[in-house]
Design a binder for this molecule. Structure first.
Ligand code: AMP
Length: 399
């Protein structure tokens, strides 16, 4: 049974076709510049070369058609017809308070996604466009929505409420939702399986450290707390996002730099984080690492601040759960940067965390990286959001 996984942005569409018999990726690809001059499909069949197909794609509808044509093409395709696709799983960023798990899409689900446009104005409209384009291109096939916010919906009221006048929660559902939920859910449950931990009671902290970054605490795979909030801006220092800060800073900078609130949010989302802290070196940790190694003091401090913030959140989450059994590192930085993992864990001696340097000398591979004597198991655990979406889609729509 093949599941097509879709992740639509406003001008992009990422896809993977996964054979669920063996959870193998048959093909994957990306449509870029949808609705803009110079649209391009890049398609890669498993074990094959990356192929590029420039063609006009005025909307996601044409993009989906291009993807289906590529998948069934006699030369570079991987299936004979679209009939071999059983269902489509969609990444949807915001499910508001409506959804705490994935759901088969019908008109009421689409309305709920629409109702959350305000909460995720850049993502939800694009996600809905992708769903409607798939419905048009493959009528009658089941579509499943997998929400990035679903994992965070198990947080208790004391955790998700902001200390604001309660009426804002009542009127606008202003609360902490958390993001990267599909990744946190996948990695925490894989950590439990891989580590042979108690599936009901294991206390797991997942550090999803990519260009966007967040930490989660979960017990038995259920989210207790997670660092992103109403939007992905809260929490850790990221590639270009500031993470936590004193909200009064907004007014100060707006006044002194003559910025509007939208411009200010652009600074916090796009110009801050390690990019801002390093004095503009880069948002990419490889560049920051190189600059720090070459003696750039600002880059070195950016790395120190980033590491410190992650360690501080881990400490908070150990307190929230009254302990921790396993810590898992995932995403671009978490999977590739052994020094970062080691430096974060160097704050955790009080927990009895001991990293084994030889085990930690690895990239992108599921592995225990703590020493046998470590009181807490530490894993490198590559995330796989597409597979998590495909698994949920199979569960809800599999025949
Ligand atoms: P993601 O958002 O999960 O795709 O992660 C992307 C980020 O991972 C990039 O911006 C880099 O900062 C980081 N990254 C990728 N490879 C490495 C590496 N070898 N060392 C350090 N950081 C890396």
């Amino acid at each position: 049974m093949n599941i097509l996984v879709m992740n639509c942005g406003s001008s992009s569409l990422k896809y993977q076709l996964i054979d669920m018999e063996n959870e193998r990726v048959l093909a994957k690809g990306l449509c870029e510049r949808i609705g803009i001059e110079g649209s391009l499909l890049t398609h890669t069949p498993a074990g094959g070369e990356k192929m590029k197909f420039p063609a006009p794609m005025p909307s996601h509808k044409e993009a989906i058609r291009m993807v289906l044509d590529a998948l069934i093409n006699p030369n570079h395709g991987v299936i004979k017809s679209a009939e071999e696709i059983s269902a489509i799983g969609h990444r949807v960023v915001h499910g508001g308070t409506y959804y705490s798990e994935s759901v088969l899409i019908d008109e009421s689900v689409k309305q709920a996604i629409r109702d959350c446009f305000d909460l995720a104005p850049l993502h939800n409209p694009a996600n809905l466009m992708g769903i409607e384009a798939c419905e048009a291109a493959m009528p009658g096939k089941p579509n499943v929505a997998v929400f990035d916010t679903a994992f965070g919906m198990s947080m208790a009221e004391k955790v998700y409420l902001y200390a604001l006048p309660y009426e804002y929660y009542e009127k606008y559902k202003l609360r902490r939702y958390g993001f990267h939920g599909t990744s946190h859910g996948f990695v925490s449950s894989e950590a439990i399986k891989f580590g042979g931990l108690d599936p009901k009671n294991a206390k797991v902290i997942v550090c999803h450290l990519g260009n966007g970054a967040s930490v989660s605490a979960s017990i038995g795979g259920k989210c207790v707390d997670t660092s992103m909030g109403l939007t992905p801006l809260e929490g850790l220092i990221m590639g270009t996002r500031s993470g936590d800060l004193d909200p009064a800073i907004l007014q100060f900078i707006c006044k002194h730099e003559n910025l509007s609130i939208d411009e200010m949010l652009n600074v916090l989302n796009k110009k801050s984080g390690v990019l801002g802290l390093s004095g503009g070196v880069s948002s990419d940790f490889r560049d920051i690492d190189d600059a720090a190694n070459a003696g750039n003091q600002r880059a070195a401090v950016a790395l120190q601040a980033y590491t410190y913030r992650v360690a501080k959140y881990i400490g908070a989450y150990v307190a929230a759960m009254n302990g921790v059994d396993a810590i898992a590192f995932t995403a671009g930085v978490g999977e590739n940067d052994a020094t970062m993992r080691k430096n974060i864990c160097s704050y955790l001696g009080y927990l009895g965390v001991e990293i084994d340097d030889e085990r930690n000398h690895v990239r992108g591979e599921l592995r225990l990286i703590s020493a046998d004597s470590s009181k807490v198991k530490v894993f490198l655990l590559p995330t796989n959001e597409e597979l998590a979406i495909a698994r949920d889609t199979l569960r809800l729509a599999g025949k």
